[in-house]
Every structure is written in C-alpha cells, then in structure tokens.
Design a protein around this ligand. Structure first.
Ligand code: ZN
Length: 309
C-alpha cells in the first residue's frame, strides 16, 4: 500500500546581505554595501542541490542593482529556485513610507531583480516583517500572488529590546525602528495560510510559522540560538515545533537567513547577533539535522507552490 502523502511545508531564505544588518544596526560602514553573497550563496545552493530541494529566495533590490552581484544572483535562478521581492532599500520602517514611496520601492526592486535574475517576483516579504494595508494594496495592484511578511509571535518586543540594547542609534533612528520585529498584537495574527482581505482586494498571506498556541518562533536562526545554550534543548524544541504543526494541521513556512550558514570569522561586523559564536561547520551540521527532521514530516516546496496549494 502506498504511504499517505506527507503534508507540505515551504522553505524560504531572506537574502539579507551584510550591509542590511549594519544599516538597521546604525553602523555607518553599510553605505559601501559590504557583502558576503559570493561566499554564502554557493554554499546554500550546494546544500539545497544535495538535498534536491527548490526553495524561495527573497532578494533585496539594492543588491540586484549592483552589477558585481549579477552572476551570483543569476546562479540562484539558474538552479531552479523561486526569486521573490524583499524590498529595494531593506528598511524595516517600510510601513511608514507614503503610498507613492511604496510604489517606487516595488517598481525599483522588481526592475533590478528581473534584470539580474530573469525572474519577475510574484511574492513579497517586508524587511524586518514590516507590512501595512498600503503595502498590501500596492502588492495587489502590481499582480502579486502572495505576501509573506507576518511573524505571529509575542516575542517581537523582546527581540527589539535586545536589539536596541546592542545597537548604536540616535532617538530619531530609534523612532523609525519603533515597531521593529512587531508588536504584542502580532502574536494574535493567524499562523495558517489565509486570504488577507483589504478594501482594495485580497492576497494570500503565508505567515512565517511559529509554534501553534505558544506562538514562539522556530526558524533556523532561532534553533541556532537555542543550540548555543544546549544542543539537546534545540533538538527537543525543534521536534516539539514540527509535531505541534502536524497536530494542529499547520503547513509550516520555514525561514532561513544567510547567517544560518556563516561562521563568526566570515562576518565579524555582525558578532553582536545571537548565534554568531558558532563556526560555519557547526551551523552546516545543524542545518543538515534540521532538514532531515523537517523532511521526515513534510514535503518541502517553494513559497509559490505553498501559495498555490
Ligand atoms: Zn531581511
């Protein structure tokens, strides 16, 4: 008898380059766009190829606008992965922009991303999970099929406090970042895929999945953070997360970041990040075990296919 089909889960990677974190963190050296894309992209593509996986990469328009990144970004599309839009300027205060500026942000990002990769995005994730009804309205008018900008957790304000504690920002810069990583109310948003209805139409929303009921995150960066306290704790937490999703019939949307595949020596400017004490080799090992566990329970697909299902 054939085994029953496994439920699907989508996998995406926010291709935040080194400068995006330095910019949010208030490090003035971001303006030269320091990059680790040429190191991390081949590493991630190799990891995915070995596992025969096609996922979604959310690309920042500014990176696509730089000629020097074209070959590395094109290699992602050439490997058969979906290319999505992660804004042009990667400013987590996108929700504070005027409608005109949001339109400009989308137009510039789409143009640069399509020129670099040959794919026009049909999905969007706001930088730092910044989204608003106006952002959704613009997305709908531009023919997008899904948004992936919500992280339904109660831990956002805690993450923000940690971040402010470490960052060098003046009061004006802090004001812009007032909703960085979300508010307590975000913890009450749905965790399952749903139709986000607005006065200007509706769009499929694929939240970054958090553990049902408790609403705590389990993206790979979070598992790495737990691993730095205890490998046993990290593995138990991961298993709990996957089991809870299956029980609640939630199709997870599993999130990756470049720093999940980079060691401290490869991005010394980002040593303030939790999880940057681990070496690249240790992180690759954790990625392997995490994906093995994920694939035991779910069939892994891109965001585009998740939205279609
Ligand atoms: Zn980002």
């Amino acid at each position: 008898m054939p085994l029953p089909a496994k439920p699907i889960a989508s996998v995406s990677l926010d291709l935040d380059d080194k400068w995006t974190y330095m910019k949010t963190h208030g490090d003035p050296n971001w303006s030269e766009f320091p990059s680790y894309l040429s190191v991390v992209v081949p590493r991630v593509l190799d990891f995915l190829r070995k596992r025969n996986l096609k996922i979604t990469f959310f690309i920042v328009g500014q990176d696509a606008a730089l000629e020097r990144n074209h070959a590395v970004l094109r290699s992602i599309a050439d490997a058969g992965h979906e290319i999505s839009n992660h804004s042009f300027h990667h400013e987590p205060w996108l929700h504070l922009y005027s409608e005109e500026d949001i339109r400009q942000e989308f137009a510039s990002a789409e143009q640069a991303i399509a020129a670099a990769t040959g794919q026009r995005p049909i999905g969007f994730r706001g930088p730092g999970f910044s989204v608003s009804e106006t952002v959704i309205k613009v997305m709908i008018s531009r023919g997008y099929q899904y948004d992936a900008s919500t992280l339904p957790t109660f831990l956002g304000p805690l993450a923000r406090a940690y971040y402010f504690f470490n960052a060098k920002l003046d009061p004006e810069e802090k004001k812009k970042r007032a909703k960085l990583f979300g508010t307590l109310a975000d913890g009450l948003k749905p965790i399952k895929v749903y139709n986000w209805k607005t006065p200007s139409g509706s769009i499929t929303e694929i939240p970054v999945t958090t553990i049902p009921i408790v609403r705590s995150p389990f993206h790979l960066s979070y598992l790495i953070y737990l691993q730095s306290f205890s490998p046993l704790l990290s593995a138990a937490y991961r298993n709990l997360a996957f089991a809870a999703c299956k029980m609640a019939r939630v199709n997870p949307s599993f999130l990756l970041h470049p720093l999940d595949f980079l060691g401290r020596d490869e991005a010394p400017e980002l040593a303030f990040f939790p999880g940057m004490k681990m070496s690249a080799a240790e992180k690759m090992k954790l990625a392997e075990t995490t994906f093995s566990a994920l694939e035991e329970s779910f069939t892994l697909v891109s965001m585009r296919d998740h939205a279609k299902s």
